[in-house]
Design a protein around this ligand. Structure first.
Ligand code: SAM
Ligand code: SF4
Length: 489
């Protein structure tokens, strides 16, 4: 099909209209501003009461979120950083999950003013990976020790839903022997791709999609229209309901995000909260994760360096902090767009997932495997450290890397979490899987230095696990201790 014909049939108006409330979107600019303006200058007592609510692991409402966003006293922010870190500890303990992005194609019919892949950027060398090339990329990612990838695509008929489904099948199919001779393969594929129809999304569900991720970029419609002047992405509503359609396609594991730097960060944090709320309202389930990429310089994009809304490091930490406090159960992803110092800092206040050994050029992993120079990338990578280096650094900070790819939210929903909360064990829930998968990583992929630090950390973790009543009363502990002994012999 030629590109124009393809573009003309992508958007299905009825798959937008069905989610509107009395013909209106769940985002209302006036309402967001009214929340932001009416929740200023609150007392310390009120702010502390809101923090207490987060610490009891409850989602904040719009007024409470707006109150936190409006805090101006830096001492109060220090208290909020501590509260966010504590919320994270209570829900996720000291675990961090890793993934690697796999860019499959940079052909794009859109004109996003901040992105190097936009169709007007003649400087970008265009490429779509063949099946063989996807195999090579996956093989390199596996060689680093990864078990999760996120596959990423421009929006183009050559990388339509059929291509995406086939590329996922290929990734799942690649097997590689680890350094210890064990067979390793990618256990979970998340997808970051353009909004699709319910029919197309069902296809991705069939081939085993993990999380479907679509960032709204900005929830502020006038700005959205300004930075997406043409192409399919110019349709704000087709994008706004992309994850609603995913839910209807049976993909209940979805991820929201905003590209910070396009508009006022406070507005877009509120936008993320309204999005979360509407998914919960319409489907009874909120997003699995939230992403908050920050605008970084992209090839040929003036906006990516000149935007008047660029977010500095201080405000970036505030964004992560408010998100952590507002949605205690939701995963927060910090990508390698950020440099190591920023990543280390915001991991403390709430991030749960990171990428590492990241390359975002098309075919860039295979190039790295062959020691070839990289092509231009979609945007600039700030953290070029290998997985081993990041795991090492986090282990020194007392954080344990989990390569667990178990099911949806690992049981941190509904009644289960309430029971765990009451017994004071909720943060420990996934500790066992984390320890076991970390142990495997250390044996199979880690450098000697990381192994040493990692083993010390595991020792501490095991001591803790052995003292947890929840596990003591549960035969699981014997099974795990036994399994642990066997894999570490
Ligand atoms: N083409 C699909 C789309 O736009 O939804 C998915 C892939 S796109 C490459 C993934 C994300 O990259 C976008 O949603 C956007 O938030 C982010 N991005 C694009 N340009 C960026 C830049 N200059 N700096 C940081 N992130 C950027
Ligand atoms: Fe294309 Fe996505 Fe880049 Fe926009 S952000 S130009 S849709 S790849």
């Amino acid at each position: 099909m030629d590109t124009k014909k393809w573009v003309d049939q992508v958007i299905k108006q009825d798959q937008i209209d069905k989610y509107l409330i009395n013909g209106k979107d769940f985002i209302d600019e006036d309402e967001i501003y009214s929340k932001l303006n009416s929740n200023k200058d609150c007392s310390k007592e009120k702010i502390r009461a809101i923090m207490e609510k987060s610490l009891s692991i409850q989602r904040l409402n719009f007024d409470e979120t707006a109150t936190l966003l409006n805090v101006t006293d830096e001492d109060m922010w220090e208290e909020m950083y501590e509260a966010a870190a504590e919320v994270k500890r209570r829900v996720y303990d000291n675990r961090i999950v890793f993934f690697a992005p796999l860019y499959c194609g940079n052909l794009c019919v859109n004109s996003c003013k901040y992105c190097g892949f936009r169709k007007e950027n003649a400087a970008e060398e265009r490429k779509v990976l063949t099946e063989e090339e996807i195999r090579k990329e996956t093989d390199y990612i596996l060689s680093q020790g990864h078990k999760r990838v996120i596959v990423v695509y421009g929006e183009h008929p050559k990388t339509d839903a059929n291509y995406i489904a086939n590329s996922m099948k290929t990734v799942y199919d690649v097997k590689r022997k680890s350094n210890n001779g064990k067979t390793s393969y990618i256990r979970r594929i998340n997808v970051n791709a353009a909004p699709m129809s319910i029919e197309d999304l069902k296809m991705l569900k069939e081939v085993g999609i993990g999380t479907y991720q679509v960032f709204q970029e900005t929830y502020h419609k006038p700005t959205y229209e300004l930075v997406h002047p043409a192409g399919l992405k110019a349709n704000y509503r087709w994008r706004l309901y992309a994850l609603h359609r995913a839910m209807d396609a049976g993909i209940d594991d979805v991820a929201v995000g905003a590209l910070f730097g396009l508009y006022d960060w406070r507005f877009d944090v509120m936008g993320l909260m309204y999005h979360t709320d509407d998914l919960e309202r319409q489907f009874g389930i909120g997003p699995h994760t939230i992403s908050f990429p920050r605008l970084t310089p992209a090839s040929g994009s003036k906006l990516s360096t000149d935007s008047k809304y660029i977010v500095d490091n201080k405000n970036f930490k505030k964004i992560v902090t408010v998100l952590r406090l507002a949605v205690p159960y939701t995963g927060l992803i910090i990508t390698a767009r950020e440099n190591p110092e920023v990543r280390d800092e915001v991991v403390k206040v709430g991030c749960t997932q990171l990428d590492a050994s990241t390359k975002i050029g098309i075919g860039a992993y295979d190039k790295a495997a062959r020691n070839e120079k990289e092509d231009k990338e979609q945007f600039t990578i700030g953290d070029k450290r290998s997985l081993d280096e990041v795991v090492n650094k986090l282990a020194r900070m007392g954080k344990i890397t989990s390569f667990c790819t178990a099911g949806y939210r690992c049981g941190r929903t509904g009644d289960k979490i309430m029971n765990l909360l009451e017994s004071g064990t909720e943060g420990k829930f996934c500790k066992l899987n984390a320890v076991l998968t970390f142990r495997e990583y250390l044996d199979d992929y880690a450098s000697e230095e990381t192994k040493k630090i990692g083993e010390e950390l595991i020792k501490k973790e095991l001591e803790e696990i052995n003292n947890i009543e929840f596990y003591k009363n549960n035969k699981l502990l014997d099974v795990v201790n036994d399994y642990y002994k066997r894999i570490s012999e």
